[in-house]
Design a protein around this ligand. Structure first.
Ligand code: B12
Length: 489
């Protein structure tokens, strides 16, 4: 079949989401190509296409199958793409965290869909296309959602190294940028899938709790391909938990050193998963930054978020990261239920105390597929827009009046970044990674947002009656998908 996989254009000019590769689509592309389909992948977002360009491209190609991918906060973009593409394509299938989490409800949200995929998509996509080729005879394959048919969940494939590498040759690799990279030429890599931890804000629907990791040799084979065949020089490891097995990280680093790789890289880790010796080895093997889910400087909030880390562990990890000569990025959640303004300010101050090189501030939302959503199924929080979120009216769970939290969020961003050191660091990294354009776009969005008056949704929330306790978020007339806090930047 002729398959077009597409990441649609940005929603509008306020959308400042990062320009990183659509790795999920690239994995699916690879599997479909191996199965003999003719696959094209368009990243209209990073190419800066308008919606008119997108429609023209789909109309010109008239594929048998259009494949789209989406997370919850940007599901409206996938819905718009499906609507526009509908007259020009045979069938439309949607995959990614959103359909995985909401399952059949996705057909109410995106009625143009013929099918959706829940969970990891490589095998499911291949079987779905064969099922269609056979005239949809018999039950849909495991992992496939079809209106009116029950879902048979797919057990994720093991071992994960048997999956094909993502089809990066179909991507416009020269267009991707990562603000905090130390070199131009960006690839993203996943070396493990799944996560055994139990954070209440995290959606693990796609890959589940079982951690399935690729062995070091297989990971480094892919890195060699990225460096030598594709000519890229910075890798962002987007595993949920790259540092879960110390032995494996040591193995990857030693293998990178043994094979003389010159790539520089960043990974995501937990503060309880690193130590001074490991960080020093990572630095020698090209690591330049570690991003940690710090979330909060308040122990009660860490407990609510079920992070299973302590504030002391965070202090130690950041000190050791700095001592190893690595930059650090802290993902932070402000104003979680139970926090007052003093607690929020304590966390903001904590980011400075631990000497984080960069911080991403977010507020707390209950995203479908998370334990938080299960606990707050019929509630949404007040709208607290955040310039780095895909969903600009992010519903937030908080005990604080929305306008106050919005004000604190502004103080956090402005107070952290409008200082000579972070600004100089950011300018240097943006220059080295060729992301000056990105930095300006993000800076402008932050500036516009910081100068803007109170948000109408926040104003509405100010008038809302005050309630006590964790569930003080305003009740919703209907359940609405929310967003999770910042995690991956
Ligand atoms: C990298 C990343 C990003 C990147 C964007 C990646 C991109 N270009 O698409 C950035 C940093 C921009 C980002 C932003 C956000 N992210 Co993010 N991100 C990730 C992360 C860490 C890795 C994604 C990845 O590459 N996974 C590896 C690939 C292989 O998996 P995959 O994408 O899920 O694809 C597989 C299946 O879903 C399926 N599939 C996917 N698409 C398709 C399409 C078809 C046709 C088919 C058949 C199958 C299929 O098959 C794929 C292969 O198995 C995930 C966590 C995770 N481990 O996945 C979170 C995650 C996807 N992000 C999440 C969230 C919440 C966000 C933000 C909202 C955070 C925020 N504070 O704003 C923003 C959204 C902003 C925006 N404008 O989009 C949530 C999504 C939850 C949900 N229910 O939607 C996740 C799951 C984190 C979590 N555990 O909660 N993110």
């Amino acid at each position: 079949m002729r398959v077009l996989l597409a990441r649609p254009p940005r929603r509008d000019s306020r959308d400042v989401g990062l320009s990183v590769p659509p790795l999920g689509l690239a994995y699916v592309a690879s599997a479909l190509r191996d199965a003999g389909h003719a696959v094209e992948l368009i990243d209209a977002c990073v190419l800066g296409w308008s919606w008119r360009d997108f429609e023209a491209a789909v109309r010109r190609r008239r594929p048998d199958v259009l494949g789209l991918s989406t997370m919850t906060p940007v599901a409206d973009i996938a819905a718009r793409a499906a609507r526009i593409a509908r007259p020009h394509v045979g069938r439309i299938v949607l995959g990614g965290p959103h359909p995985t989490a909401v399952r059949h409800a996705v057909f109410d949200q995106v009625p143009e869909l013929d099918a959706a995929v829940a969970g990891e998509g490589e095998d499911t996509a291949v079987e779905l296309l064969s099922w269609w080729e056979r005239g949809s005879a018999g039950p849909p394959p495991p992992g496939v959602l079809v209106p009116g048919r029950p879902l048979v969940p797919r057990v994720p494939r093991t071992p994960v190294q048997s999956l094909p590498w993502p089809a990066r040759d179909l991507l416009p690799n020269d267009r991707y940028r990562y603000l905090f990279a130390t070199r131009p030429g960006l690839a993203t890599v996943i070396t493990s899938r799944g996560c055994p931890f139990r954070c209440s804000f995290c959606d693990k629907s796609v890959s589940g709790s079982r951690w399935r990791a690729r062995p070091p040799g297989d990971v480094v084979d892919e890195l060699v391909h990225i460096e030598r065949d594709l000519g890229l020089s910075f890798v962002n490891f987007y595993d949920d938990n790259f540092t879960l097995s110390r032995r494996r990280v040591v193995g990857i680093c030693e293998e990178m050193l043994r094979r003389g790789l010159r790539l520089e890289w960043k990974c995501e880790g937990r503060v309880d998963g690193v130590d001074a010796e490991l960080l020093a080895l990572m630095r020698r093997a090209g690591c330049r930054m570690v991003a940690y889910g710090v979330e909060s400087g308040n122990a009660e909030t860490l407990a609510l978020l079920r992070k299973d880390i302590t504030v002391e562990q965070t202090r130690r990890a950041f000190a050791e990261t700095r001592a190893a000569g690595l930059r650090s990025l802290a993902y932070i959640i402000l104003g979680a239920p139970g926090e007052d303004a003093t607690d929020v300010r304590r966390t903001i101050e904590f980011c400075r105390e631990i000497g984080a090189s960069y911080v991403q501030f977010s507020t707390l939302s209950a995203m479908p597929g998370t334990p938080l959503f299960a606990a707050h199924a019929n509630r949404v929080g007040a709208g607290v827009p955040n310039p780095v979120d895909g969903d600009l009216a992010r519903p937030t769970l908080t005990d604080l009046p929305a306008a106050e939290l919005q004000h604190l969020l502004r103080q956090a961003w402005v107070g952290f970044y409008l200082r000579p050191r972070p600004l100089a660091r950011l300018a240097r990294d943006a220059w080295r990674s060729g992301s000056v354009g990105e930095a300006i776009r993000l800076g402008r969005a932050l500036g516009r947002w910081a100068m803007a008056g109170p948000d109408p949704t926040a104003a509405a929330a100010r008038g809302a009656p005050k309630r006590r306790g964790r569930d003080r978020a305003r009740p919703s007339p209907r359940p609405r998908p929310g967003g999770t806090p910042g995690h991956a930047a």
